[in-house]
Design a protein around this ligand. Structure first.
Ligand code: CAP
Ligand code: MG
Length: 411
């Protein structure tokens, strides 16, 4: 077999590559022969294939990706910027995390970080609001406290009026934010438009009664995404939610590029199929960066302390990708969610800080006194954390929090 990879032409460890001309991708690689596998990976993900081809032209060699660093299991590949199409996350994914992840030659390959040239980043719209914009909308810019949110539970099954009743209780008890679950979209038992009308009516009522600004993330994922997003806008909503991985990044970009004036909540259901294996796939940090470029204003990043897998290092990297300087692009707000309850808020805020949305489904609707009390308890836990008062101390004078701590304990 005559193979391009034997020629080692995609490895250039002494070369210098201008970060404004190349997309630099950092990988973990495991193979019997790492140098050979690295060469194949760079070739396969740019101009190469498994054998020498007679259709190759001299000028096309300028599009070859090059391995610029190789040490142990750490590899960097520089991809020429001309490989990439403006404002296309699918293009990025097919380029740098496409066939190479499935090649026999590599045992494991994981894309851990991408550094893009600023000029390329600027071809994406990024978040319309970002964390600061959403804070402005919800009136929390001055306090800087974490936002408190809930996912209406059960995940599926409630009808529109029942959903709205749960949402009202959550808002009334102290939640800033109510959202649909990832698998609630437009099912027969809870049609989208009916649900939006009822929940927004509950939101209005709760806003009037509490004097606080509230938001509702309606899950527009699906074939009627744009129509549903427009419906939310037309009915006075401020937010749309999208399952970015299940729907695909192009869907997110289409939603963002429409400039509807809604802030976008990114749910990452299914990300673990891609991100969970620590030595293979694509890191959640990379997906977080791409989600930011694609325009999410809020993104689930994990919790460390909750029910979902994700080490502290990973969660902090996810947050970092939302905050790192990126050609002036706005910073989305990190959403911490998944098995959370008031007893974990102190630790969570200690690890991740105050610029987060703290979301709880079970940790609100499972409160012994119901959703209003559950929502109040979570808000009290947030207030305690912001004031630097231990939750146990705060609970001595806050009954809802006390009951939550009694039921779920403290982490
Ligand atoms: C949380 C949740 C969210 C998870 C997703 C759920 O509910 O609604 O989808 O947070 O995980 O369905 O599990 P609970 P992640 O509060 O009742 O656990 O944020 O890690 O993507
Ligand atoms: Mg959910």
């Amino acid at each position: 077999m005559t193979t391009i990879e034997y020629q080692d032409k995609f490895v250039d460890l002494d070369g210098s590559y201008d970060p404004e001309e190349y997309v630099m991708c950092h990988f973990h690689i495991e193979a019997d022969d790492v140098r050979r596998a690295a060469n194949i990976a760079a070739g396969e993900s740019s101009v190469g294939t498994w054998t020498t081809i007679h259709t190759m032209k001299k000028r096309i060699e300028a599009l070859a990706a090059k391995v610029t660093h190789l040490s142990g299991t750490s590899m960097v590949i520089a991809y020429p910027i001309d490989m990439f199409v403006s404002n296309s996350i699918p293009q990025v994914l097919s380029d740098v995390s496409g066939n190479i992840l499935g090649m026999k030659e590599v045992h494991n390959l994981r894309l851990n970080r991408i550094d893009f040239p600023d000029a390329y980043v600027k071809t994406f719209k990024g978040p319309a609001f970002g964390m600061k914009g959403v804070r402005k909308l919800l009136g929390t810019a001055a306090s800087g406290r974490p936002h408190v949110g809930t996912i209406v539970k059960p995940k599926i099954g409630l009808d529109p009026k029942e959903t709205a009743a749960v949402a009202y209780d959550a808002y009334y008890g102290g939640c800033d934010f109510v959202k649909d679950d990832e698998n609630l979209t437009d099912q027969r038992f809870c049609p989208f438009e009916d649900r939006v009308v009822h929940v927004l009516e509950a939101l209005d009522r709760a806003q009037e009664e509490t004097g606080e600004k509230k938001a509702y993330a309606a899950n527009v994922t699906g074939p009627k995404m744009m129509e549903h997003a427009q419906f939310v806008k037309d009915h006075g909503g401020t937010c749309a939610m999208i399952d970015i991985i299940a729907a695909g990044y192009y869907a997110l970009q289409e939603l963002r590029d429409a400039d509807l004036g809604l802030f976008l909540h990114g749910h990452r259901a299914m990300h673990a199929a891609i991100t969970r294996n620590p030595v293979h796939g694509v890191s959640m940090g990379v997906l977080a960066l791409l989600s930011r470029m694609g325009g999410v204003d809020q993104l689930h990043i994990g919790t460390v302390v909750g029910k979902m897998e994700g080490s502290q290092d990973e969660v902090l990297d996810n947050r970092e990708q939302l905050r790192r300087p990126l050609a002036g692009m706005k910073e989305p707000c990190a959403v911490c969610s998944g098995g959370l309850h008031p007893g974990q808020v102190e630790t969570l805020v200690g690890i991740i800080g105050k610029d987060i949305v703290i979301q709880a489904g079970g940790g609100i609707h499972g409160h012994p006194d119901g959703t209003v009390a559950g929502s109040t308890a979570l808000r009290q836990a947030v207030d305690a954390a912001v004031e630097g008062i231990p939750a146990a101390t705060y609970a001595e004078t806050h009954e809802e929090l006390a009951k939550a701590l009694e039921l779920w304990g403290r982490d």
